[in-house]
Design a protein around this ligand. Structure first.
Ligand code: TXA
Ligand code: MG
Length: 337
């Protein structure tokens, strides 16, 4: 029996009832599909960890409709809160998760925070996600709807393939417009710190806040200093089964080409042109936002076609290119370990 339901009023009501009863519902957001559970239920949240095979020390993002709902869960009236309010007013609903101190005795399951005293909150922009949270009337804990460590899902079929058996329902709301997971910003320390690169850039956050914003994902990953800021960032991530070869300048026999911009100068080693059907072009026009939206979908597609490898062209690091390169680097690195 198919569990995929297009978004309708009835489907949203049914999905909310499943969540209310402790079940798991995959739902669309503008970034990637989320695997949702009632964030206030220990048993439901435990179900997410079990379904994904997610390490217990990796906390979840709690999805809320707006800042008002966020205030139920986050500590209020301090400096952190002033910053968060400003950012929420500017970027919510949207692809920004804010790590804030948990409100004492708040109703969230402790497991969403994996034992930390903070919680990541986000108001997603996809209308179906908004309606679902509103229908449940409380926060929905939702990591990306894929088996831990594998490619993130940006279409309903990606979810079905990865978690079809584990979810009670998949709400189908088309392909994700952004295509990369949200920017995660930690507001618990003195200096606001980006823990995960995403569509919303550090520069935009700094502009809105009128203060310095640090980026910590490289630091946490490379330094080996034990400064584990965003636990999930240290884990195996985003890896397709097919080996990735980054910054490729040509293609070898049996490889697919994950391209960006013109492929005029890319050749099949010793053979001339790369066969058209082996080229997956993230954006022929060299548009980084389009490339981000296509990244996981094209990796999913190439991954299924039995190539011996995927050669990836160099992608500029500016703007959202930072987040794209972050995902590709993690994917390639994960395969080597
Ligand atoms: O776009 C997104 O964020 C998607 C959609 C479904 O909203 N969700 C998502 O969730 O990507 P997930 O679980 O795949 O990634 C959550 C990231 C992890 O790196 C996790 O470690 C970090 O957020 N995180 C969550 N709570 C945290 C906390 N309290 N402190 C530090 N990092 C936290
Ligand atoms: Mg994920």
């Amino acid at each position: 029996m198919t569990k995929i339901f297009p978004v309708t009023k009835d489907a949203i009501a049914q999905a909310a009832a499943i969540l209310d009863g402790g079940g798991l519902v995959a739902f669309p957001t503008e970034t990637v599909y989320g695997l949702g559970a009632d964030a206030q239920s220990d048993a439901a949240v435990a179900g997410i960890f079990a379904a994904k095979g997610r390490p217990q020390n990796n906390p979840l993002i709690v999805h809320v409709t707006d800042w008002k709902m966020a205030e139920r869960y986050a500590e209020t009236d301090d400096k952190t809160n002033a910053r968060a309010k400003l950012l929420a007013a500017h970027f919510w609903p949207g692809p920004l998760s804010l790590v804030l101190k948990r409100r004492k005795n708040c109703a969230l399951s402790p497991q969403v925070s994996a034992g930390l005293d903070s919680v990541a909150l986000r108001a997603p922009a996809h209308p179906a996600a908004q309606e679902l949270i509103a229908a449940l009337g409380r926060g929905i804990a939702a990591p990306s709807a894929n088996i831990s460590g594998s490619l993130s899902p940006t279409a309903p079929l990606h979810v079905e393939k990865s978690l079809g058996r584990a979810v009670d329902m998949i709400l189908a709301g088309g392909r994700c417009a952004v295509g990369l997971e949200s920017t995660v910003l930690d507001l618990c320390g003195d200096v606001p710190t980006v823990l995960r690169a995403g569509f919303i850039l550090p520069e935009a956050l700094a502009d809105t806040l009128g203060e310095e914003v640090r980026t910590a994902y490289d630091f946490a990953e490379e330094s080996g200093s034990g400064a584990v800021l965003s636990p999930g960032q240290l884990l195996r991530h985003y890896a397709p089964a097919t080996p990735l070869r980054l910054q490729a300048v040509d293609v070898t026999e049996g490889e697919a080409l994950l391209a960006f911009g013109s492929t005029r100068f890319m050749g099949l080693r010793g053979k001339g042109n790369v066969p058209k059907e082996d080229i997956f072009n993230l954006s022929e026009n060299g548009d980084l936002a389009e490339a981000a939206a296509n990244l996981f979908a094209m990796l999913h597609e190439a991954d299924q076609k039995g190539y011996k490898g995927i050669a990836v062209m160099d992608i500029p690091r500016g703007g959202i290119g930072a987040a794209i390169n972050d995902r590709l680097t993690r994917a390639a690195r994960a395969q080597k370990t």
